[in-house]
Design a protein around this ligand. Structure first.
Ligand code: UGA
Length: 468
């Protein structure tokens, strides 16, 4: 099919490339002219594993082109809207870009078009789109609007697109539902050449869930909010573990063995970030408020998350005693591994607080440093974790990049001023770190070393001895 994708962010670019990969002829537009020029010249504007290779492949066979919004509107029988919906000051999603695209489609498109909202939007946006397309239509446009929420994680978005658990579509006409099924047919049947895995193993076919537009829109916000809730929940359990003397890893493992709970998204740490969870939780609360539903449960999810950085800073303060003048190696700036995205990354609040308290910060991230430089100009950017650790009073792990598991700890032991590691992602093994000669502090895994055991009052033990 001839498909258009409007907006070449993480979601739009992955969508365009993967739709072309499964056989469609795709035109992708981008309104940021510098970014568009990069894409037209074969330069990636963002880091996303496998995406560059997929784009190269489909461009080489002429199935993916980049250009203006006007060209995209003229091209596709179906048009995916993948523009940004950033948060407004009050937490609402800003729908300006979506409205602008709807207006442009209404004015320029002719004949029949399927208009698909893929951007994360509040419930009833589809209904608004229909209304505005009618109001502004000047060329006798006939259309259907469908919702097709994305469940793409940054860092694995190509894989998530091609091998999803589910494809959700919200369509209010049989024609729209049939077209959506046709577009996704190769993925539903898992019949395409997978560019990621050579000899890609046959996966479980994804569920194709067709529903109405409002429900599809809610599925997206409810899913992200639920996952965020799981993270905040386990973060509170981690706090409790630290106080009573328990290991959150074991608690999460024990919980996750129950199939009704599941093991995913029970990793405690310095909090969730990125451009999805923080804004989607806020937007969902606002949607509920406006609909007269008290969803204050999600306010708590957000509050717990906001306190994560402060909680972690307290650990740093406790270990360093005086932060002023200390040299701190920060490993990882991206909001999660395998991306260069630092939007709403916990690293930003953490580094700013350390600088405010007079610390010197030497940071290293394998991919996110270019994007971090304008946001965090007052730190030293290092070319590897060893350089960052040189003379450091503490190594602080903020993002669990795989390479931090493969380091020469003897070399690091001699490079640092003090062998102290504060791990905000629980990525290293406490016993191993002690064996390597480091004082190791992580999240919710108290008490793991004899030193930590001895230096902290364990209320459980105190209670036991009082009982006598
Ligand atoms: C998230 C969802 O997982 C996708 O399904 C969704 O499509 C996407 O948002 C979106 O709305 O576009 P993403 O933000 O890329 O994807 O990243 P996640 O892997 O979900 O992680 C989000 C944050 O939660 C990260 O900061 C991560 O470090 C944190 N996290 C995740 C935890 O702290 N603990 C966990 O157990 C899992």
């Amino acid at each position: 099919m001839k498909l258009s994708v409007i907006g070449a962010g993480y979601v739009g670019l992955t969508t365009a490339a993967c739709l072309a990969q499964i056989g469609h002829e795709v035109f992708c537009s981008e309104s940021d002219l510098a970014k568009l020029a990069k894409l037209q010249n074969g330069v990636m504007p963002l880091f996303e594993p496998h995406l560059e290779d997929v784009i190269k492949g489909v461009r080489a066979v002429g199935r993916l082109r980049f250009g203006s919004t006007e060209e995209a509107i003229a091209w596709g029988d179906a048009i995916f809207i993948c523009v940004g919906t950033p948060p407004l000051a009050n937490g609402d999603a800003d729908l300006c870009a979506i409205e602008g695209v709807a207006r442009a489609i209404a004015k320029r498109a002719t004949g029949y078009r399927l208009i698909i909202e893929k951007s994360t939007v509040p419930v009833q946006t589809g209904a608004q789109l229909r209304k505005h397309l009618s109001v502004h239509s000047t060329n006798g446009l006939r259309y259907d609007v469908a919702s097709n929420p994305e469940f793409l994680r940054e860092g694995t978005s190509v894989e998530d697109f091609l091998h999803p658990d589910r494809i959700v579509i919200g369509a209010d006409s049989p024609r729209a539902a049939d077209l959506m099924r046709e577009i996704y047919e190769p993925i539903i049947k898992q019949e395409f050449t997978c560019p990621v895995h050579s000899g890609c193993p046959k996966r479980k076919d994804p569920v194709f869930l067709a529903t109405d537009t409002n429900s599809a829109e809610l599925i997206k916000h409810a899913s992200n909010s639920f996952l965020a809730m799981k993270i905040s929940f386990i973060n509170m359990v981690a706090n409790l573990c630290e106080v009573v003397g328990a290991d959150v890893t074991k608690v999460a493992e024990g919980m996750g063995l129950d199939p009704r709970i599941g093991p995913a998204f029970l990793n405690p740490g310095i909090g969730f970030g990125g451009f999805c969870f923080p804004k989607d939780v806020q937007a969902f609360v606002r949607i509920a408020e406006k609909s007269g539903c008290d969803f204050s449960l999600l306010n708590e999810v957000e509050k717990i998350n906001q306190r994560r950085v402060e909680h972690f800073l307290d650990k740093i303060r406790k270990e360093l005693w005086v932060v002023r003048g200390k040299k701190i190696a920060v490993w990882g700036l991206a909001f999660k591994p395998n991306t260069d995205d630092i939007r709403f990354a916990p690293s930003i609040a953490l580094v700013k607080a350390l600088l405010d308290e007079g610390a010197e910060v030497n940071a290293y991230d394998p991919e996110a440093m270019e994007k971090a430089k304008p946001v965090l100009p007052a730190i030293t950017y290092c070319s590897n974790p060893y350089e960052a650790a040189e003379g450091a009073d503490a190594i602080v792990i903020v993002t669990e990049w795989e390479e931090f598991r493969q380091l020469d700890w003897d070399r690091l032991r001699s490079a640092v001023e003090r062998p102290l590691v504060l791990d905000g992602r629980n990525m290293l093994d406490p016993t191993e770190m002690t064996r390597r000669g480091f004082h190791y502090v992580s999240v919710g895994r108290f008490p793991m070393t004899p030193e930590q055991n001895a230096s902290t009052t364990n209320p459980v033990q105190s209670f036991a001895s009082a009982e006598g």
